[in-house]
Structure formats: structure tokens, C-alpha cells
Design a protein around this ligand. Structure first.
Ligand SMILES: [Zn+2]
Length: 130
């Protein structure tokens, strides 16, 4: 499970030491057929259904860094999307019940603001490849 710290501040790949990258590397395996990077808990390639080999081939240092950058940036994005869904739901419920009131607007804003911030932040990270 992800801790709150990891959600708010996902893996900063640039600040990782060689040893830390090595540890992350051992949590992954590389598909022998399509060369996709897969989490060690998975017994099969999600792309081509090739079974995890007896002798695991770990990704290279560069591949590990690339993989971490990719996965690290998707968490704030989905968190933002969830907030957006909650905000929409609150507004919709309020509308059905008795029309939208100040309370609904405040509550919606409470989720909408971090949602927008998270989505913009993750888009920014993706563009800059952080
Ligand atoms: Zn594969």
C-alpha cells in the first residue's frame, strides 16, 4: 500500500542514490519476449502473457529509472481524478436534493481545488519528465 507521504511526494528519481536504484531494480523483471518492465509480484507479463522465467532478468539501471519516472507520476493524477469525481458527485447530490446551496459549493471547492492542482501538477511532471 502507498503511504500518504508517497502519494503527496512520489519517488523523486533524480534524488535517488545508486544503491536505492539497485533496490528498485530488484523489484522488477524484464519480459524475455516483449522486453516490458514488470513488477516482481506479477508472475506473468501483462502485455504478452509470457511467464516469469526461473532466472529473472532485471532491467538495466536506465530502464529502472525510466520505469520509476513513469509510475511515480501517475499517482497524483489519479488522486486528482478521484477528487474531481467526488466534487462532481457532491454537486450532483445537492442538486437532486434541494438545489445547490452554499454548503455544497464550499464542499465541492474543497475537493475541486486540490483536484485541479494535482492534475496540473502531474501534467507538468509528465511534460518535464521529472
Ligand atoms: Zn511480455
Amino acid at each position: 500500500m502507498l503511504s500518504l507521504k508517497e502519494i503527496v511526494n512520489p519517488t523523486n528519481v533524480k534524488k535517488m542514490t545508486e544503491a536505492e536504484i539497485e533496490i528498485e531494480m530488484k523489484k522488477l523483471w524484464k519480459c524475455t519476449r516483449c522486453h516490458k518492465i514488470i513488477e516482481i509480484e506479477e508472475d506473468m507479463c501483462w502485455d504478452c502473457d509470457t511467464k516469469k522465467p526461473e532466472k529473472i532478468e532485471y532491467p538495466s539501471r536506465e530502464e529502472t529509472i525510466k520505469y520509476l519516472k513513469k509510475t511515480g507520476s501517475s499517482v497524483p493524477f489519479w488522486l486528482g481524478v478521484s477528487f474531481l469525481v467526488i466534487a462532481g458527485y457532491v454537486l450532483f447530490k445537492g442538486h437532486l436534493r434541494r438545489g445547490i446551496e452554499t454548503f455544497d459549493l464550499i464542499f465541492t471547492g474543497l475537493f475541486l481545488v486540490p483536484a485541479v492542482i494535482l492534475i496540473i501538477y502531474s501534467a507538468f511532471r509528465k511534460i518535464r519528465g521529472m
